[in-house]
Design a binder for this molecule. Structure first.
Ligand code: 5GP
Length: 207
């Protein structure tokens, strides 16, 4: 993939850590970031819009995307298939933007294989009580449903140390500022600036 200087940020978290709100605020404040809209075979939840929250698709069409090498990664999560489309990521890079992937640890591993310089950020809730509280707040669910969500959350958090950065979402504003600081620092890294400022450096070093 042609990638002038763009960075792939992979943001993962257990459900209940507030990842989606953080990503939304991050995107709203930074026009140079683009969120990749994943493909999924999961049916839409009430209020979810095709092309906005996910690209909802059938298992057959999902398989065709895999066969055609149109996905950068894909994984089975809680019984449904999810995957990151190659085209949208390529398009964002071509436009000079960075890309955010909101995916699970399995997808993060595959992205790391393809893009060893991806930046992985894992978001944690501040405590087990806070996590349980947030998992509970999702509606009037049975104890069994909540227990399953907790088990899933633990399964995801078991992979937190595979990421480059760990952000604890205690106060929302602090967690957002943390992620913005990571993005800002990354944009000044030599991998990025070496390409972006090659002309400037050449000019400054000229006889
Ligand atoms: P939900 O169906 O609740 O929106 O998401 C379930 C899980 O699927 C979350 O952990 C989310 O990060 C993960 N997920 C969403 N999109 C993708 C994707 O494109 N690839 C992978 N590997 N995981 C995804």
């Amino acid at each position: 993939m042609d990638r002038p200087a763009g960075t792939l940020y992979v943001i993962a978290a257990p459900s209940g850590a507030g990842k989606t709100s953080l990503v939304r605020a991050l995107m709203a404040a930074d026009p140079d970031l683009e969120l990749s809209i994943s493909y999924t075979t999961r049916p839409p939840r009430p209020g979810e819009v095709d092309g906005e929250h996910y690209r909802f698709t059938t298992p057959e069409r999902f398989q065709a995307l895999i066969d055609g090498d149109r996905l950068l990664e894909h994984a089975l999560v809680h019984g449904n298939h999810y995957g990151t489309g190659r085209d949208a990521v390529e398009h964002a890079f071509a436009g000079g933007r960075d890309v955010i992937l909101e995916i699970d640890w399995q997808g993060a591993r595959q992205i790391r294989e393809r893009f060893p310089d991806m930046v992985g950020i894992f978001v944690l809730p501040p405590s087990r009580e806070a996590l349980l509280d947030r998992l509970n707040k999702r509606g009037q669910d049975s104890a069994e449903v909540i227990a399953r969500r907790l088990a899933n959350a633990r399964g995801e958090m078991a992979h937190a140390t595979e990421f480059d950065y760990l952000v604890v979402n205690d106060r929302f504003e602090d967690a957002l500022a943390d992620i913005q600081a990571i993005v800002r620092a990354q944009r000044r890294s030599m991998r990025v600036q070496g390409k972006r400022c090659a002309g400037l450096l050449g000019q400054l070093l000229a006889d």
